[in-house]
Ligand binder design. Structure first.
Ligand code: 5CA
Ligand code: ZN
Length: 412
């Protein structure tokens, strides 16, 4: 699938600091020091609706990870998926009387535009579930042969993963079985499905139904892939048995990332699947969780149509720490717009306080588990001093412009 177009990222003098990231599996912040190039898999959209600010915040988080790695001189292999076939997409298309393929294509196209406007560095591989079906079917057959999966005997052709084939199941989310059982049905799971060995067993392959799209699955029979195996297979095939970062919003901690890790680990025999499981907080609107069912979504494309500067949107989302669940408010956007104007005025000055010191400070803040609020405060301080007439470094305005561009993705 086609990715979006990237922008030139300025090269900064010196070297960036090693990045420390919070790992959900170990519940601790640890250094991410990939050997050679760094690998990252981020769970992308299910394109049944437009990109909202929650999606944007998550994509910006992993964009910062990529920028920090690049700043240390590493190349980054970044893969993101599009879940272009799944129940929510079919349900929405049915509700609106629309062809699900048209819906998916339209929303994916809009997502690409939004990502470009927000200056998200594009993934090297932007991969759809549908184009991955032959690979997924092959891997599901491997799991069946290996005894880690089983087919229900009710004639549906549905295949499930046997969680008892994953001895470490639960290590990623750190949830108790009772907690898992509670969350599972809220996030696409089907604990009540008759014939499963364990209520938590996740679907790997859904046998064809007369009123649903399906694809050939070789010995599996026709059908379509389950959700977790989709991400496991795309990541394994493009990035190998181990990724440095597996990313997404914290709504994916369980069951999605737990199950995709279990699938991948069973397939490769290597554990853990990801060195860091990194999760962004949920963005809500005025204190309420932003969700399609609540209908309180703020779309990036809506803000763009209203001529809101995308850099102000990005800055507003960077104003909170990526791991905190937080709200989008009109004030947040207004603050970001004011901040952006001040920064732009400041870098237009002929001189300012040391640009090198600002660069070192921003690197340090972001290296500390992506402390973007801390980084913004440092730039605020520099801008305030500059606008107050302090500082005589003539190279500072250009270096600060590049620092903010390369590390925060904000074009002044
Ligand atoms: N296609 C799957 C992942 S394989 C999916 O979760 N799609 S999604 O469209 O629901 O979400 C896309 C990405 O945005 C995921 O990483 C998800 O965790 C994240 N996300 C969804 N809602 C929010 C929110 N309110 N705040 C922050 N991130 C969110
Ligand atoms: Zn995923």
């Amino acid at each position: 699938m086609e990715s979006w177009t990237g922008h030139e990222v300025p090269r900064l003098p010196g070297r960036g600091e090693p990045l420390t990231l919070f790992d959900s599996a170990r519940q601790a912040a640890r250094r991410s020091e990939p050997e050679g190039s760094a690998t990252m898999y981020v769970c992308g959209i299910t394109p049944y609706d437009a990109t909202h600010l929650g999606h944007a915040a998550t994509m910006i988080t992993f964009d910062l990870v990529q920028r920090m790695w690049r700043d240390t001189g590493r190349s980054v292999e970044y893969v993101q998926n599009v879940t272009d076939i799944d129940d929510p997409l079919l349900e929405r298309a049915e509700r609106d009387g629309e062809d699900w393929k048209v819906l998916a294509m339209r929303e994916t196209a809009l997502f690409r535009e939004d990502m470009e406007a927000l200056r998200i560095i594009p993934p090297a591989h932007y991969v759809g579930a549908i184009e991955s079906i032959p690979d997924i079917a092959e891997r599901v057959q491997e799991l069946l042969k290996d005894g880690a999966a089983y087919r229900l005997d009710d004639g549906t052709g549905d295949v499930y993963f046997d969680v008892s084939a994953a001895p470490r199941f639960g290590y990623e989310s750190n949830l108790s079985r009772a907690e898992m059982l509670e969350i599972f049905p809220e996030r696409g799971g089907d604990p009540q499905r008759a014939g499963k060995r364990d209520p938590l067993d996740p679907l790997l392959w859904r046998g064809a139904r007369p009123d649903e799209p399906s694809w050939p699955g070789g010995d599996l029979g026709a059908g379509r892939p389950g959700w977790h195996i989709e991400c496991a297979v795309i990541a394994l095939n493009l990035l190998g048995p181990r990724v440095d970062v597996q990313g997404g919003g914290n709504d994916l901690i369980f069951p999605h990332h737990e199950c995709s890790a279990a699938h991948a680990e069973r397939l490769t025999g290597e554990t853990p699947f990801a060195s860091h499981y990194v999760h962004a907080g949920m963005i809500g609107l005025d204190g309420e969780k932003m969700s399609k069912s609540r209908g309180n979504l703020v779309f990036v494309s809506r803000l763009r149509a209203d001529r809101v500067d995308s850099m102000a949107v990005r800055l507003a989302l960077l104003d909170g720490h990526y791991r905190s669940d937080r709200s989008w408010t009109d004030e947040l956007l207004a603050t970001a717009e004011t901040r952006l104007r001040r920064w732009r005025r400041a870098v237009a000055a002929p001189t300012g306080p040391s640009g090198q010191a600002l660069l070192a400070g921003v690197r340090r803040r972001l290296a500390d588990d992506l402390d973007s609020p801390g980084a913004l405060a440092l730039v605020d301080g520099w801008a305030e001093a500059t606008l107050g007439g302090s500082g005589d470094d003539p190279s500072a305005p250009a270096l600060v412009t590049d620092t903010v561009d390369a590390l925060l993705g904000i074009r002044l």
